[in-house]
Ligand binder design. Structure first.
Ligand code: G6P
Length: 612
């Protein structure tokens, strides 16, 4: 949550910070600000609203200097107004330090009270100002020393960047629970919450670990542990592969649409080098668990949030059917505090696009603490979860910028299918069955591409229903999680109330919502439960509810029962989520457009949720 980019170099900082903030806007976008330095002078500029507001503001009031920090905010403490935007100033108006912060300081109220008793006057309602005031309070010519004194007082999470006119050449950073990465340039250095902010400037990065602090100026950088001995950290400089096309929308109007259309290629990338003809299985480089250990697992617990949780639910069906392993799927936010008994030989599997979701990270750490082997499916290379998990599989979906997740979901489902095949081949899947699954997997990028043929039909249906106040999404078996995901997509970006339900379960409550104004999206491709879903569909029709059916190509029968049909290619049932979710993504996209919503940056949401 929230984005940080800081710069120390020889170029003007403002355009570099603004460009970085634009790349980070997906992390939060309710206000933005920066502070640059020219010698002893701090130039503070901040504005509520999108980064464009800040840019307009800077036109008349440019922030000079080759050294600065900046932030885009997702509000936690205090409303999203100019005053609460970061950077925050500490020093009772003297401008002694400026701080940007990601995370949450849980004991800020006690700390604030303590400082107020000493006469310090606060300007904002934020927890971050407490950090700024504390650092200013301890500052005695050495910014790093002051930051180091303050960190042990803070309870909660932080990624910090701090500057002070008292030491105008340096930026100090610190990390606990909120990601921070140092970018190394030539005659310039950067600090950011996410390497994507550095694209175009440097591809050399060092990820800070929790409990590390760093200091950078234009010509040098150091990272040390927070311990009193100030042990220099062992650092690994990593190269990031940037694809310059990744960060722009190309021919598409929105990132979300671009990412929907990238799905066939993303699926190819996730499969590349992982399908093993000789073993009739899949293989992965980074599981870090040998065949025997995996064969010994009696249960899998999947933990995740949001869209990744829905992928996990598809995984439950896949692992149980293909690998015959019992699976439970848990919201990470519930799992981390539940202290549920976990049987021996349980594999913990975390699923996350960003690799930074606070609850998923906490659930992973809790599982490790209890001694269970952990695996993670992550999209962002080098993210915290990717680094902390025992073993893992990268999704290779490429950067996902639209806040509503699309290609990460399909790649998660695909990787889960490959993992189910791999585990299944150790248990009950013959090599002939394995070969068949490999063939079916290979066909999926084409199948998803063919699904785009429904785009015009989806657009027309969106025009028909975009003014509805409620939607139901119904499916069974593999398509129940897809119904949840379809409803989530619509809620996230169009702000229409939508419920996803197992199709048969809807008569235990949601059917009471059905009327002529409430469309139901039925996932009803041909498969084992087709007739059952058809009965559920009739129950809605009998109550006057309009139905949009997602049906198999060539299925003429469904069309005679419903108002609108969207056709998807016929694929085996266990692969239907990959094609069935596409029209639901497109439907949400077009409904949101027609309602005038900001598709890529929906209100109140953020792409990466690093607070619990
Ligand atoms: C946020 C995003 C969702 C995402 C969820 C989990 O809510 O807006 O799109 O599904 O976090 O994120 P993760 O990165 O762990 O998959």
């Amino acid at each position: 949550m929230c984005g940080i980019i800081a710069y120390a170099g020889r170029r003007e900082a403002e355009p570099i910070l603004i460009e970085g903030l634009r790349r980070l806007e997906y992390r939060g976008y309710d206000s933005a600000g920066l502070a640059t330095l020219t010698g002893p002078q701090v130039h503070l500029r901040k504005q509520a609203g999108r980064i464009d507001n800040l840019i307009r503001y800077l036109k008349d009031r440019p922030a000079p200097g080759c050294h600065g920090i900046s932030h885009t905010r997702w509000a936690t403490h205090g409303p999203a107004n100019d005053r609460n935007a970061h950077p925050h100033i500490g020093g009772n108006g003297d401008g002694l330090v400026a701080v940007v912060h990601n995370g949450v300081i849980e004991n800020y109220s006690a700390l604030k009270h303590h400082l107020q008793e000493q006469g310090i006057v606060f300007q904002t309602a934020t927890d971050t100002e407490v950090i700024a005031q504390l650092i200013a309070h301890h500052l005695n010519g050495d910014l790093m020393a002051a930051v180091r004194k303050v960190l042990p007082l803070l309870k909660g999470t932080y990624g910090l960047a701090v500057v002070s006119p008292r030491e105008p050449e340096v930026i100090v950073g610190a990390r606990l629970g909120s990601p921070l990465v140092l970018g190394i340039g030539k005659g310039e250095n950067f600090l950011a919450s996410d390497p994507s902010a550095l694209a175009g400037n440097t591809n050399k990065v060092v990820y800070l670990q929790d409990h590390q602090v760093c200091l950078l100026s234009r010509d040098r950088w150091t990272i040390e542990d927070q311990n009193p001995e100030r042990t220099p950290a062992t650092v690994a400089i990593q190269d990031i592969d940037w694809d310059p096309g990744d960060a722009d929308k190309g021919e598409f109007e929105h990132f979300m649409l671009k990412e929907i259309y990238e799905q066939p290629e993303a699926l190819e990338n996730a499969m590349r080098g992982r399908l093993d003809e000789a073993d009739a299985s899949a293989h992965f480089g980074g599981l870090n668990l040998d065949t025997q250990a995996l064969r010994g697992m009696d249960r899998i617990i999947i933990t995740a949030c949001g869209t990744s949780y829905h992928a996990g639910l598809v995984g439950e069906y896949l692992f149980e059917e293909i690998a015959r392993i019992p699976v439970e799927v848990e919201y990470a936010s519930e799992f981390r505090y539940r202290n549920r008994p976990i049987e021996r030989n349980t594999l913990m599997l975390a699923i996350t696009q960003s690799g930074e979701t606070a609850d998923t990270l906490a659930a992973l750490r809790e599982s490790k603490r209890k001694g269970h082997p952990t695996l993670a499916l992550c999209n962002v290379v080098g993210s915290t979860i990717a680094r902390e998990t025992d073993g893992g599989v990268y999704l290779h979906a490429g950067p996902e910028i639209g806040v509503a997740s699309t290609k990460a979901f399909t790649n998660q489902v695909l990787v889960l299918t490959m993992l189910a095949l791999y585990l299944g081949r150790m248990r009950n899947i013959s090599s002939l069955q394995g070969v068949r699954i490999l063939e079916e997997l290979r066909a999926m990028p084409k199948m998803v591409h063919r699904t785009f043929a429904c785009h015009d039909a989806v657009r027309r249906i969106a025009e028909k229903y975009f003014q509805a106040n409620n939607f139901l999404y119904l499916g069974r078996q593999y398509l129940y999680p897809v119904a949840l995901e379809g409803a989530l997509k619509l809620k996230e970006i169009s702000y229409i109330h939508a419920e996803g339900y197992p199709a048969a379960e809807m008569k235990h409550g949601p059917i009471a919502l059905v009327d002529e104004e409430t469309p139901s999206v039925f996932l009803i491709p041909r498969g084992a439960v087709f007739d059952k879903v058809m009965s559920n569909l009739e129950e809605i029709k009998a109550r006057g509810g309009p139905v949009i059916a997602i049906a198999s190509e060539q299925d003429q029968e469904v069309a005679t029962h419903v108002e609108d049909v969207i056709y998807i290619p016929e694929v085996p049932e266990y692969l239907q989520p990959l094609v069935a979710v596409v029209p639901l993504q497109l439907l949400a996209y077009h409904v949101a457009l027609l309602r005038g919503c900001d598709v890529d940056r929906p209100r109140n949401l953020a792409k990466s949720v690093t607070v619990e």
